[in-house]
Design a protein around this ligand. Structure first.
Ligand code: GLU
Length: 428
């Protein structure tokens, strides 16, 4: 398994559905609960557009290679398209479409004024020098310039891209437009219009939702035990926040295995992937576990925050946690989801739990438009408010309809999108 990720990881195993299959299945499941016009559901099965571009790159040795880039825009009824750009060898047009749909639901469940998009370049960024990555990013930005824009479609980091990638992207776009336009992408470094707290936001939102879930299921956070798979940005920030709020984080892992301490780890002393890659096992823990064993621990909360499809038909029967809170995108296969539901283990879905990333992207976009930076305190306060409000909206559907947390989140999202589409109507 990969060591980190988080934002961005999604199903890739044989048992798993593709992101597109998942998106379409969830749309149908939600449609069964929401009184939405058939025509609206039909429209939501299709992305507005998928742009494919050739991205030529001069390598450092003078040779030229041509990569393929995509931007899929699913729906913008509630506002500009929004979603990440990934540099990964397995990017496909279909995957971008599926992930763009996930972004539509994620933005709607958070009640952000955005629709869903996703894009990327079919490339292994680990095989490129920093200079090559910069040239590739700038050329890609140039090729999709007409498709994106601060009022049209706002990219962000995803797998294989980061704050520096967004800085190059914003610069290339701004140079071509002849003015500095920070709001064309989010996830930038704060010095050029990025938001404080954006990097930590997905992990922080996972922690907030886990804290609410602990409370909802009748435990005090001080008495709760937590296991976190993956110690990258999402896993480490979630684990550390929960630790700071009094929970006992008993196990955290990276690709090599898990550090385990029944009395609670000092999560700040365990190196995160960003601090030192794949170094979790260097922490002096009383016990170690495999990643498989971590998933089967008897804890109050299990947070899979590494890659997709780790809770499968094979191990869902052995998950012993009281609640699963999804940190990665798509860590639970649909078969595993059914098994956990039958066993009465609630699963709080990715589109709610890790949505802090795109929520702080929204704050960043507001800051860029207003040319006014918020303090970290303000970002975290507003993130807390947005997460609690989305949690309450989803909880209300869980209680009213007696459905799973996942179905409830999609019901909330589809209700908002369907209403907006019905109100705007179909043109012409
Ligand atoms: N790539 C991120 C996600 O999957 C963030 C997208 C954004 O901030 O626009 O949620």
């Amino acid at each position: 398994m990969a060591t980190h990720t988080a934002e961005g990881a999604e199903p890739d195993e044989a048992e798993a559905e593709s992101a597109l299959e998942t998106a379409l299945r969830q749309l149908s499941a939600a449609a069964a609960h929401v009184d939405t016009d058939e025509g609206v559901i039909e429209r939501l099965k299709h992305p507005t557009r998928v742009v494919e571009v050739a991205v030529p790159l001069e390598r450092d040795d003078g040779s030229v290679e041509v990569y393929t880039g995509y931007r899929a825009q699913h729906d913008d009824v509630r506002g500009p398209y929004k979603g990440g750009l990934r540099f990964h060898p397995e990017v496909t047009a279909e995957e971008c479409v599926g992930l763009s749909m996930w972004m539509t639901w994620k933005c709607a469940v958070m009640d952000l004024p955005f629709g869903g998009a996703k894009g990327g370049v079919v490339v292994n960024p680990k095989e490129l020098s920093t200079e090559e990555k910069e040239r590739l990013t700038r050329r890609f930005a140039g090729e999709i310039r007409d498709t994106i824009g601060p009022k049209r479609d706002i990219p962000a980091p995803d797998m294989g891209t980061d704050a520096q990638t967004m800085a190059w992207f914003m610069d290339a776009y701004s140079m071509q437009e002849g003015e500095t336009i920070p709001g064309v992408v989010t996830g930038k470094p704060p010095v050029i219009g990025g938001s404080y707290g954006r990097e930590e936001a997905p992990g922080r939102s996972v922690a907030i939702i886990a804290r609410e879930a602990i409370d909802y299921y009748g435990k005090r956070i001080e008495d709760a035990t937590v296991a976190v798979q993956g110690f990258g940005s999402v896993g480490a920030n979630a684990a550390r926040a929960l630790d700071d709020w009094g929970a006992d984080v008993v196990a955290v892992s990276d690709v090599n295995g898990a550090a385990y301490d029944t009395t609670g780890l000092d999560t700040h002393a365990v190196p995160s992937h960003e601090e030192q890659p794949e170094a979790v096992m260097q922490y002096d823990a009383p016990n170690t576990l495999t990643n498989e064993e971590l998933l089967e621990l008897d804890v109050d909360v299990l947070i899979p925050a590494a890659i997709g499809n780790v809770i499968t038909a094979d191990n869902a029967g052995d998950v012993d946690a009281d609640v699963v809170v999804e940190g990665a995108n798509g860590p639970t296969t649909s078969t595993a989801d059914t098994i956990l539901e039958e066993r009465g283990v609630p699963v709080v879905p990715d589109i709610l739990a890790n949505a802090g990333g795109v929520t702080v992207s929204y704050f960043e976009w507001l800051q860029d438009i207003n040319r006014r930076q918020w303090s970290l305190e303000r970002v975290n306060e507003e993130l807390e408010d947005h997460m609690l409000s989305a949690w309450n909206d989803v909880r209300a559907e869980v209680e009213a309809r007696d459905v799973s947390w996942r179905d409830a989140a999609y019901v909330v999202a589809l209700g908002r999108i369907g209403e907006a589409k019905a109100t705007r109507g179909l043109w012409p």
